[in-house]
Design a protein around this ligand. Sequence first.
Ligand code: ZN
Length: 333
Amino acid sequence: MDWMVMPQVGSCQLVPLLSSGLTGPIEINKPVGSGPLARNQADDVRVIQQALNQVTLKRVAGGPVPPLAVDGICGPKTKAAISRFQQVQLKIFDGVIEPNKKTIIKLNEIIDPVSDADLRIRLQLALPLVRLAIGAALRDLQAVISNGPATTGPAAVASDRLNRHFRLNTLSALDQSTTRIDLFGTFTRFNTVISNPEVFNINVNDEFDLNKSDPQIALTTLQGFFEEGVVDPKTKRRRDRIHLGLGFFAPRVSAEFGSFIILHELAHFIGRANGQDIDDFGKGWFDDFFVRGLPAAERLSNADSYAGFAHECRVNSSAKPPFVTTAPGNARR
Ligand SMILES: [Zn+2]
């Protein structure tokens, strides 16, 4: 069983002020603090200075007293505050805060813990968009299956989308036709899991769980859903869940981005109607660097190709969404 991981994609945005405590986990782009790893970019330093001050404001041990000036400069006081926080909270002494590592996870646990209520709120925002995307993908596929690849109208629009995301036009006419039916079957499986979970006696919210100490966005198993109830002998955990990490709750993960992430993970979770796994051959939009060269056979087993196609069907635009970035896949060819 392979674990599939959606990495932290996209460049990080400057995190807004933490005064409300409702802004989501903090993120930095490069290490902050002392030593050779530290880059101390001003935006990152400001995020850390604000976060350390929040520790003090929340009366948790290890925060700077008095609070730091939030100036984006990693001077002696900020460096000392980082070391003190690490010593008190983590018993580590390297003096540097790296993206997605122990110290920033600890800071997030203190200043803005993610709860099961946050999970429900994020899912309530993203799942309606996921359902709409799956419905739109099925409508597009239905249009081509009923009419064949027409030159005008909805079937033509749908064919163009299938050609860009899955390169169906590189297959023989017979293979195009069987593949369209397979895709329809695959998106029907998506739809069943998301829209009629009672058929399988499951609760959609229960299919997602939250790992509060995992800095990744999300992960799941290949064909997780259709191996429902399998227990991993090592971890003793059921393997049919989509795990959402702390990254899913970052401020930059909008409902739109969340819906794309869930479509991507659902592809791994559900697999193709023909029984093949959906893996990661290349991440990104259909014409992005790591996707551009993939042949039809790989795109038809590529999670971002499914997420991209369904997203485009929903928003009715081929423009690449700002949160999609390209990265190499990790599938075994
Ligand atoms: Zn993936």
